[in-house]
Design a protein around this ligand. Structure first.
Ligand code: FAD
Length: 481
């Protein structure tokens, strides 16, 4: 193709060899999403190492009329960071934009580039006795830019909030190549529209985030981690409510998984340590933290734990006695996505409902799925304390996941409609990407969709940043109701 050749020539004459790959073999890993559901070619994969380079690359893509796919650690679960079918695209991967520019224990802020791995940011915060307020199972691979672009949630939303709550300022390369320097580090600023919010959660459809200022929090000095085995979701909810009533914001995590998730771990993750000798239908993982180094968290929790057991709300309970035991308990919850992937994958849903209706929601969905999709297994897990559940359906052998994702299917309709009926959402923390576009069209408010499209057109008139993601394309009609 002539266009590709001209672009390749311009690229090689403008940038160092470390800043791009053109050949198919080297491009391949960047063209496939984490779940291996989408695999589409790009003209090139670019690796800028400075904000100015990002800007120059965006201008070059504009000049050659090539769309751009911003890409971070590629751990997104809705295929937002890989190309869509049928459009000439270039991937701009941020892994070389990886400097921590400044970290400050007095202002409690860190300014870092978008390619910094989340775990590296956490370690930098710990080194100055602070907490980086975001933690996810993918933290060893996902990048700051990706977590901002997806407004990631994770295991500490209960007390710290999602990524949106952590961002103080942003630096962004806009679709026309201009650099917006909004890297302010203030807690307070009232100057009309808060422009950074347009980029947080926009999944790369508004520009390329190149750096961010993030708030840091005091580092907890004491941690108590417990796993409770329960009979059913209503007992899980009761456990959460009683412990939150006692601990308030000190309860930093409340996670849920079931016997199905545990079975996937046992079958697919070597050396999974079983927490209990008996099998139980469901489990709640709770973590309480304190800033007070002299706090005796077990003494504080003991009366409520005893009552939970005496009232038979909880069947059995383990409390981690060491950091190793704590990590082993967390592995049970955080290993489920990997185990599910090793088992061949699942039809994933990422819903949220008001926490009070979690038991009735699970009951309604389970019985409907059993009726409409016999042979499919329900693997429900997630952030119970936030009302955010991953309602994943493992298909029987021989059923292709890609087929389930192409077009609407009755299983997804069942899960999402029940979530909406319960006053919830079909998309809690993973975003829309290219896998949830039709759900957005189905369920989102049509006025809100029109506003989103108007803003997108104002910032990216030629629709060249991450086309086919979130809003699909410029001429898409508004929601079907
Ligand atoms: P990518 O996957 O590379 O990209 C995600 C989206 O952001 C894409 O649309 C991409 O175009 C865009 N993007 C990436 N970088 C930029 C940038 N610099 N500028 C503009 N746009 C950009 N998510 C949660 O919220 N909570 C969880 O608990 C959670 N657990 C997970 C567990 C596992 C095992 C896995 C595999 C994933 C999990 N995720 C979770 C999903 C995923 O880790 C998050 O969505 C993460 O925020 C994505 O970061 P990334 O760097 O990998 O982004």
């Amino acid at each position: 193709m002539k266009k590709s050749k001209e672009f390749a020539e311009a690229l090689t004459s403008s940038f160092a060899p470390a800043a791009y790959v053109l050949n198919e073999t080297e491009r391949r890993p960047y063209e496939i999403d984490w779940r291996k559901l989408v695999d589409q070619p790009a003209e090139a994969v670019l690796f800028p190492s400075t904000t100015q380079e990002v800007s120059d690359m965006v201008k070059l893509c504009q000049k050659h009329k090539l769309a751009i796919v911003p890409q971070g650690g590629r751990t997104g679960l809705v295929a937002g960071a890989v190309p869509v079918q049928g459009i000439p695209q270039v991937i701009i991967n941020t892994r070389r934009l990886n400097q921590i520019r400044n970290i400050d224990a007095i202002n409690n802020t860190v300014e870092l580039e978008s390619g910094v791995i989340l775990q590296t940011a956490q370690e930098a915060a710990t080194a100055i006795d602070r907490t980086f307020p975001l933690s996810l199972a993918s933290e060893g691979s996902c990048q700051i830019g990706g977590t901002i672009a997806t407004n990631a949630g994770g295991i500490h939303v209960l007390s710290y909030g999602s990524m949106r709550e952590q961002v103080l300022g942003l630096e962004v390369v806009l679709p026309d190549g201009r650099i917006w320097n909004g890297l302010r580090r203030l807690r307070k600023e009232n100057i009309g529209m808060d422009i950074k919010q347009l980029f947080i959660g926009s999944e790369g459809t508004m520009g390329i985030i190149t750096a961010a200022a993030i708030r840091l929090l005091p580092r907890p000095k004491k941690t108590l981690t417990m796993l409770a085995a329960v009979k059913a979701p209503d007992f899980a909810l009761e456990t959460f409510v009683r412990i939150q009533n006692l601990c308030g914001a000190d309860l930093t995590s409340c996670e849920y998984f079931t016997a199905e998730g545990l079975k996937l771990l046992i079958d697919h993750i070597p050396q999974t340590a079983l927490p209990f000798t008996d099998n139980h239908p469901a489990y709640v993982l709770l973590e309480v933290m304190s800033l007070d180094s002299s706090a005796d968290l077990f003494a504080r929790l003991e009366p409520v734990l005893e009552t939970l057991l005496a009232d038979k709300v909880v069947n059995d309970m383990v409390v981690a006695q060491s950091e190793n035991q704590r990590l082993a308990l967390w592995k049970l919850r955080e290993g489920i996505s990997e185990a599910e992937k090793a088992a061949g994958g699942a039809l994933k849903h990422d819903i949220a409902v008001p926490i009070s209706v979690i038991p009735s929601f699970i009951e309604a969905v389970s019985s409907e799925i059993m009726r409409i999709a016999p042979g499919y297994k329900l693997n429900v897990f997630g952030h119970l304390g936030d009302g955010n559940l991953h309602v994943n359906i493992v298909p029987p052998e021989g059923v292709s996941l890609s087929d389930l994702y192409s077009g609407s299917n009755p299983i997804t309709s069942c899960v999402e409609k029940n979530a909406m009926k319960a006053g919830g959402t079909f998309s809690a923390e993973h975003g829309i990407g290219q896998l949830r576009v039709s759900s957005l069209m189905d369920y989102h408010d049509s006025v809100e969709l029109d506003l989103m499209r108007t803003i997108k057109k104002a910032i990216d008139p030629s629709w060249m940043i991450n086309p086919g993601k979130v809003l699909s394309h410029a001429n898409q009609t508004h929601a079907r109701h």
